[in-house]
Design a protein around this ligand. Sequence first.
Ligand code: DP6
Length: 419
Amino acid sequence: MFQVSGEGMLMVTARAPTNIAVIKYWGKRDESLILPINDSISVTLDPDHLCTTTTVAVSPNFESDRMWLNGKEISLSGGRYQSCLKEIRQQAGDVIDENKGICIKGEDWQKLHVHIASYNNFPTAAGLASSAAGFACLVYALSKLMNVKEQYELSAIARQGSGSACRSLYGGFVKWAMGNDVNGSDSIAIQLARETHWSDLVILIAVVSSHQKEISSTTGMRESVETSELLLQRSQNIVPKRIKQMEEAIRNRDFTTFAKLTSADSNQFHAVCLDTSPPIFYMNNTSHRIINCIERWNQSEGTPQVSYTFDAGPNAVMFAPNRKVASLLLQRLLFYFPPLPGDDLSSFVIGDQSILQEAGIGSMKDVQSLSPPPETKDSKFLSKHGGSVSYFICTRPGRGPELRAHGDALIHPQTGLPK
Ligand code: DP6
């Protein structure tokens, strides 16, 4: 029985963060359950800067499950959406609110349809793990709507939407344990530490301009599993060791080890891509130039000042141990990759913009008068590449998913359609 409230609809709005892997997931042992061939570790990014907001609504008047992403209707017929919807309905509990006249029994959810509206606060096309935040948010919001009791099982459901999504169910520092079970019940995310454990870390993202459509992670990793011997060696002999070292580095806030492992693991992941047949190129010239800039700096100091990591695309995600070092990194990056004349500084560095002030950069003129980094003695390293980075985002480790107020709802309470 479903007795409806005055509005005839029950609604929940939530937001969920993206995450960036510092020990990468690359390769599945089961394609349909999305079970990985190795553990991975990620840092959750502050949802104030990068997140998905999702409203889920239920009404006896809805005739089918429907979803809108950034205002445009998308199909829910794909296997990944269907798995998430099916699994979450199986876990659904009773929702009874006598004051509002609502009485939905756990088993009723099998027959009721939902409307879902989702919105990313960053460009979906920028290649910034939108599916991770998207599936984490969908599963989290539905679990609240349907009163799912076992919150710890949510990561195993989100995983079936997109592997990396399982890590977005927690804030801070997160491990996805590959598990052993054939049904995937122990392939879940575990929080290693909250975001407050290492709040000095600064994360700088360079959204690199690219006209190339990259091969998807799903396809890329399938081809690597089929053809790369290096991937086998990596998953069996290298990642297990690195996972232990990374857990310890995070526990001790040991930036030197964290930075070495992060950059090395990114480079190995891209080496696996090159070892795949046919080879996969995710990084471009700008990505390589960013790596060179950081490596030259780190080499000249004798110890890693900052680290970098790249996913299945050319964008760089960089870590600095504190704001002072992050300012020095931003100065270097703006020297080599300045905005184009006419660009606006306030849309070229977004997120936590206070970093600009700390780097002493208040105007485009300040960018133009940046001096070359002191480690750059050879004039062949002095050429600038204006326009090759579209923009930078400054962020930090952030919180996991959370509920939002009704005022943030993306679905109209009368029509059941996106606002
Ligand atoms: C390079 O989670 O997008 O970002 O499970 O097929 O949806 P599917 O793949 P996805 O792969 C992410 C790969 C990566 C590394 C990582 O996030 O660990």
